[in-house]
Write a new protein. Structure first.
Length: 309
């Protein structure tokens, strides 16, 4: 398909999990026709039934045949590459002039490789990973970290404005994925230090609920203390939909990048080892907030407020 100046582009969306489904829904509500695809049986069809102007497709190739721009929200760059360039992939169904908008959390070097191969057949690519988690996707308040040529970024900016609250163009293709892995590396180290501090304070007789309130009014406050400690740790729900193993994956991407750039990262390297131990201990499917449970076990101290008893 080819966009015209008078019509909205037809959008494909591949990856309809906790992030992709609400993102696609916002676009449908804004009047975009959608072609949907997911590996989970029946998921695309069920979502399409709830959205005006949406269709379910069996393969990425079929999505491409109906789409000017395809958005991917997938586990990593290898999956994006396979969906794009593999058998029945997007590349086999696209015509020149289409664009891939990858909102996954992916490896920058794989993104650049995929884009190079797409460019050879006249397909553009932009990487725009997100911050904001499931609630941000549902509320259309995601933050997009974007890499790509200026003209391509402007082409997809209206879509980002619908799905999110802020867009930052960081540079050439791959810059968005670079920023995303660094953002998550910093978040992971912050969560580790916060959990250890709360465990020490709890053992010393402080109420971790009050400690968190103090942090939120002081220099030790962070996104973690504002959105996770009361909500997921002190409540003992540990129900963050973002998985611990995915955070560990992003830490690995960031440290691979550090080695490639020749930048020492000793604090982050130790943090990665701790997260690896936590991932092994907590098991498959553990949420990010369960890193705190691992810290509790290691410290022999449960971070629990007496006000909750």
């Amino acid at each position: 398909m080819t966009e015209t100046s008078t019509a909205k582009p037809h959008i494909g969306f591949i990856g309809l999990g906790v992030m992709g489904a609400p993102m696609a829904s916002h676009l449908a509500k804004a009047g975009y026709a959608l072609s949907l695809c997911d590996t989970a049986p029946g998921l695309a069809a069920r979502l399409a039934e709830t959205l005006s102007g949406a269709r379910a497709c069996a393969t990425p190739r079929e999505v491409a045949q109906h789409s000017d721009i395809v958005i991917t929200m997938l586990p990593n760059g290898r999956v994006v590459r396979e969906v794009t360039l593999g058998d029945d992939g997007l590349a086999s169904g696209w015509t020149q002039g289409a664009l891939l908008l990858d909102t996954s959390s992916a490896e920058p070097w794989i993104t650049r490789e995929t884009a190079q191969r797409l460019g050879a057949i006249g397909i553009a690519m932009v990487d725009a990973p997100v911050s904001g988690a499931e609630w941000g996707a549902q509320a259309a308040e995601l933050v997009f970290m974007v890499g790509g040529a200026a003209g391509n970024v402007e082409r997809i900016r209206p879509l980002l404005d619908i799905m999110g609250r802020a867009t930052f163009h960081l540079g050439e293709l791959g810059a968005g994925h670079t920023m995303k892995c660094l953002n998550n590396l910093i978040t992971a180290i912050t969560l580790t230090a916060t959990a250890e501090g709360l465990a020490i304070g709890t053992r010393a007789g402080l109420d971790p609920a009050v400690m968190t309130d103090v942090l939120n009014e002081s220099t030790g406050g962070s996104w973690i203390t504002r959105t996770h400690i009361h909500q997921r740790v002190l409540s003992r729900s540990f129900d963050d939909p973002f998985k611990l193993k995915l955070m560990l994956k992003d830490m690995g991407i960031a440290l691979d990048l550090a080695r490639e750039m020749g930048v020492p990262a000793p604090i982050s390297g130790v943090g990665q080892q701790l997260w690896q131990a936590a991932n092994q201990a907590r098991g498959e499917g553990a949420s990010v907030s369960e890193l705190v449970k691992w810290v509790e076990d290691f410290a022999g101290t449960e971070i629990r407020s007496p006000r909750a008893e």
